[in-house]
Write a protein of this length. Structure first.
Length: 278
């Protein structure tokens, strides 16, 4: 389905470095970048352009625009968000969506990768000691930093700082002008190796999902769409909140199948039972 076809990767932040090798090896496609496509027009991390849509709608729009500009019927795009982990609220997370759209085969496949492996951070600093402490905490200089007058100020932002002298100079200039400085991590992929690793994991997950074919119509993207709880406790026999089965659904022909005991165990330990361990 994909062998030998051209595939456009919608990025201006060097994401193709981790996405293209995986797609070319596993799918046999020829990856290229769109010309004159400013992905920042759909939103920036620093707030100059607000993201008007949710991540899935944004990543879909990004992919379709790149495909249109490149006159290509096969494309991939990614979209990231940063903030509290959806279930571990005290920790920051990198939440990445990756989409493949194939107009020739009326196909859309999306994966999501959430990782705690992120240096996402920000705060107000008032002296050079605080500046260097923040830099050390956030993996500088391998990871870039951003300076601005205040958290919500979108004027005079200095991005992509990866040199200590440049960082100090930018800090003293900003602090002298307004008496305060806000520092934050640069989350653009080309300045953030931690994020690049998460995008790479998302690309691996995407390929795995693409290579999962529907048993009935052989359409790519046959994947888990639901999970049933109810794995029985091996002490009292009552159902627990642990996963009993996964439901797989084909987006094309709507074929459904159920995989029992996906975690390779037919009973749950009493410590996870609400009756035995209330």
């Amino acid at each position: 389905m994909f062998q030998g076809r051209n595939l456009v990767i919608a990025t201006k932040h060097k994401k193709e470095k981790v996405i293209a090798p995986i797609l070319e090896l596993e799918l046999g496609v020829k990856c290229f970048l769109p010309e004159s496509f400013d992905t920042d027009s759909l939103g920036t991390f620093t707030g100059e352009v607000d993201r008007k849509k949710d991540p899935i709608a944004t990543v879909r729009e990004k992919c379709l625009k790149a495909m249109e500009l490149s006159n290509c019927d096969l494309g991939v795009a990614s979209e990231g968000s940063f903030g509290p982990h959806p279930s571990i609220y005290f920790a920051n997370a990198d939440d990445e969506f990756l989409i493949l759209i194939d107009k020739a085969n009326d196909l859309e496949i999306i994966v999501r990768e959430i990782s705690l492996e992120t240096n996402f951070n920000g705060g107000e600093i008032n002296n050079e000691h605080e500046l260097l402490e923040f830099a050390k905490l956030t993996k500088f200089p391998t990871h870039g930093l951003i300076l601005r007058k205040s958290k919500n100020d979108i004027k005079g932002i200095v991005k992509g700082l990866k040199n200590e002298e440049e960082l100090k100079t930018a800090f003293h200039k900003t602090f002298k002008e307004c008496g305060s400085t806000y520092i934050e991590t640069d989350m653009r992929a080309m300045h953030n190796p931690s994020r690049m690793k998460v995008i790479k994991q998302a690309a691996i997950k995407l390929v795995k999902k693409i290579n999962s074919l529907c048993p009935q119509c052989e359409t790519p993207g046959f994947a888990v769409t639901d999970a049933k709880k109810g794995l029985k406790c091996n002490l009292c026999g009552l159902p627990t909140n642990s996963i009993l089965s996964y439901i797989y659904t084909c987006n094309k022909c709507k074929f459904i199948t159920e995989e029992m005991y996906p975690n390779e165990k037919t009973k749950e330990e009493p410590m996870y039972c609400d009756y035995c361990n209330p």
